[in-house]
Write a protein that binds this ligand. Structure first.
Ligand SMILES: [Zn+2]
Length: 55
């Protein structure tokens, strides 16, 4: 189901793009996080996805 509301879409994309993913457990952390909130490892990567990559 496509999201038709432009503002909601923007928020969703921001949440998806501006986050860090733990390399160890794969959980999503905030952009400001430098340790995983779940397993406390420092192996975080930036979630850098091009806009509209997922259809
Ligand atoms: Zn983790």
């Amino acid at each position: 189901m496509p999201i038709t509301d432009a503002i909601k879409k923007q928020i969703a994309q921001k949440r998806l793009l501006f986050s860090k993913i733990c390399m160890r457990c794969g959980s999503k952390n905030s952009i400001a996080a430098y340790r995983c909130r779940r397993c406390h490892s420092g192996d975080l990567r930036l979630k850098n996805r091009a806009l509209g990559a997922k259809k």
